[in-house]
Design a binder for this molecule. Structure first.
Ligand code: 4AD
Ligand code: MG
Length: 473
């Protein structure tokens, strides 16, 4: 049995063996043992008679133990059962003078510097069990709703978002690459015989499959070489991208809202201990703040999102709201909204969600000029069928659209965006052979975990964050 099973089943009187790591060792008598199966620790009450002085000395924070003992009703407060040891074996010493994790609260910044050890803390245990449950819920949601998962490629020859923020994949020797006569690099000599990069999105390939299998999704790593040092950006992140034939933009919104509510409800039902821990953690963290600076307690926030309809608001309406807002008039925004067509910054998104509507918001029908080439052009000729979902504390969590399904319009858009048609010939062909209305979106997995866990920095919800100048672990 692992510690979760022991705590759940309370096998009083039974003789068991557990393995785990020492969280704390109090008064040379009480060991809080954790094996990662739950946020809760098993209390081992050390019976001196059974242990040598030598062994007792080696029971320090971080040490790995095997404990053989009998489960009894707890004499103390804080737990209902405990383990009376018969024999303790130290499987791995932890060298107390060097072990950086002490039984006290460490800052998240410090823990990022010891990312190889942070999975042993209560907070990271809770976050990564939650991450697991969320990805399981995502797969369950799509499977139960008749979607097929497609593994879209990691190495691609196209730039799906057209933003040029890609990591090159090459086996050429950078100090001596083969050259063309005009001095440019001859990519034909490279491994794939062309320029390739790590994918920024699986969307274009998912579209090809939606136009054959109907309802598909991809859930994989994506890479962006944008130099954004923020609490919301990673250079390597995971994205969930469903794509559905015959869905228009409003079907797409329904799908995204339903999916988000489902996965949030799933973890509320299945990750109670971890969420309660994170809920309490947030309350403790924000204790010192004035009341109006504190965020909504985690469990209330999750319930609120799971139970309320998201607001739907067009970009044009949003611009009116923002233009007339207090922070805009008082020039409190860093970027003042003056005209229709302005790109929304995260300060504007958060104003709409947190101050104006007080609910998640789906913004749609954005200006064509600030969105990607593949979005369907509206009749007005200046907006596209785009949608972004904005969440409190997070800003944009989903970006999606109805796709441009008309061959001529798409071909023109590709040209207008300065994209080489040869790199997308296969994408364009789908619009020539049995094209149809279809839509999809991308849900940033780490932004979702940030929201659900109440963490404030995206680097703390991915096991090994990749950000500018940082790929240590
Ligand atoms: O809005 P984005 O760039 O949309 C796409 O990539 C589309 N191809 C998706 C689609 O329609 N299939 O990214 C989608 C989401 C964002 O809303 C955000 O949640 C997340 O991906 N995201 C990032 N997450 C972490 N770090 C980054 N650098 C991110 N960039 C986008
Ligand atoms: Mg976006």
């Amino acid at each position: 049995m692992n510690i979760k099973e022991i705590i759940d089943k309370e096998p009083i009187g039974q003789e068991i063996e557990v393995k785990g790591w020492v969280r704390t060792f109090r008064s040379n008598r009480f060991i809080a043992l954790n094996d990662g199966s739950t946020v809760k620790n098993l209390q081992v009450v050390v019976d001196f008679e059974n242990e040598s002085e030598e062994t007792l000395k080696r029971i320090t924070t971080g040490a790995c133990l095997k404990v053989h003992g009998i489960v009894v009703e707890s004499q103390g407060k804080g737990q209902t059962i405990e383990l009376n040891n018969k024999a303790i074996e130290v499987l791995g010493d932890s060298h107390p003078e060097e072990y950086p994790l002490q039984p006290k609260k460490h800052s998240m910044e410090f823990l990022r510097e010891i990312a190889h050890l942070r999975p042993r803390t209560q907070t990271f245990g809770a976050i990564f069990r939650l991450r697991h449950a969320l990805q399981f819920a995502v797969h369950k949601y799509f499977n139960d709703n008749g979607f097929f998962m497609v593994h879209t490629p990691i190495v691609t020859g196209s730039d799906a978002e057209g933003a040029g923020e890609m990591f090159r994949v090459s086996t050429l020797d950078p100090s001596n690459p083969p050259k063309n006569e005009d001095g440019s690099i001859n990519w034909k000599e490279d491994f794939f015989g062309k320029e390739t990069n790590l994918t920024v999105s699986g969307q274009l390939e998912a579209e090809l499959f939606a136009l054959g299998l109907g309802k598909v999704y991809t859930f994989g790593p994506t890479f962006r070489a944008e130099n954004s040092n923020t609490t919301r950006h990673l250079a390597e992140f995971w994205m969930i991208e469903p794509e559905v034939a015959f869905n228009d933009l409003f079907d797409n919104m329904d799908l995204a809202e339903d999916c988000l509510k489902y996965v949030i409800r799933y973890v509320m039902d299945n990750c109670v201990d971890d969420l309660n821990f994170l809920h309490e953690r947030q309350i403790q963290d924000e204790k010192g703040l004035p009341e109006d600076k504190r965020s909504m307690p985690l469990m209330d926030k999750l319930k609120f999102v799971a139970e309320n309809e998201f607001v739907r608001c067009s970009y044009t309406e949003a611009i009116d709201i923002l233009r007339n807002s207090k922070p805009n008039k008082k020039k409190k925004f860093q970027y003042i909204i003056e005209e229709w067509g302005a790109d929304l910054q995260s300060e504007h998104e958060r104003y709409l969600v947190e101050k104006h509507f007080g609910k998640p918001v789906i913004l749609y029908d954005y200006p064509a000029s600030i969105k990607a080439f593949y979005m369907r052009l509206n009749e007005d000729g200046k907006t596209v069928r785009a949608m972004d979902i904005l969440f409190p504390g997070i800003g944009e969590i989903v970006g999606g659209s109805q796709r441009e399904e008309r061959y001529d319009v798409l071909k023109q858009k590709v040209a207008d965006f300065g994209i080489e048609e040869e790199s997308l010939w296969w994408y364009l062909e789908t619009r020539k052979f049995g094209t149809c209305v279809h839509s999809g979106f991308g849900l940033g997995f780490e932004r979702l975990i940030n929201f659900v866990s109440g963490m404030t920095n995206i680097r703390d919800v991915i096991p090994f964050p990749r950000t500018p100048k940082n790929a240590e672990f």
